[in-house]
Design a binder for this molecule. Sequence first.
Ligand SMILES: Nc1ncnc2c1ncn2[C@@H]1O[C@H](COP(=O)(O)OP(=O)(O)OP(=O)(O)O)[C@@H](O)[C@H]1O
Ligand SMILES: [Mg+2]
Length: 212
Amino acid sequence: MTRTIAVINIKGGCGKTTVATHLAGAFAASGLVSTLADYDRQKSATLWGKLRGEDARTVRLVDWQKDYGDVPKRTQRLVVDCPASLRTPRARDVVRDADLVVVPMLPSIFDERSTLRFLGKIETLKRVRKGKTPILIVANRYRARTKEAIRLDRLMTGNGYLIVARIPDKSIYPRLAEKGLTVFDNDTKAARLEQEQWLPLLEAVERGDGHA
Ligand SMILES: Nc1ncnc2c1ncn2[C@@H]1O[C@H](COP(=O)(O)OP(=O)(O)OP(=O)(O)O)[C@@H](O)[C@H]1O
Ligand SMILES: [Mg+2]
């Protein structure tokens, strides 16, 4: 059966494509049939797929700008990389169609305000309110113990959201993206260390809930 994970936030540049490619890469590395649906006109996920070498584990790319909802047969994990520009009704459709929703955000007041506003808009869906579609928050480019990180933790907890994973701000991410890779495709010490940061998110996805 296909499990659909939508990576979504109306805020630009918060790490949607980085998180989406890493989820798809991690699923492929664990032997699952992994598909990445590119719903963004910018086509960053598609570019990542083109840069990905033949020897890397297969992640199938589909263009949802062209064929919304197209899912290759036998897909076990479907990751949807959404654009920042999605209007609320479309965003709600994507959330309604997903089994889980992953919302990346940066420790910055701009991201915090926009993300809380966005979360408020999808919370109006019954599925989300009832916890049937879990919302997993990922703090991206997170620098532990900084003032911003502490504020983000407090703010999200105060608003009743749990941060499921904290992904550090590291150059390994843009560097691997240049080759269509993720930390799960790489066996260096640095990549192995980074893999650990993703485990709480991957475990939450497999459990199908929002608890770390
Ligand atoms: N944890 C990280 N550490 C360092 N750089 C990162 C990290 N996450 C993302 N980046 C870089 O930040 C930039 C924006 O990330 P990304 O493209 O994933 O965001 P996005 O939300 O998909 O953007 P858009 O809204 O344009 O689709 C990229 O250059 C990416 O390589
Ligand atoms: Mg993107």
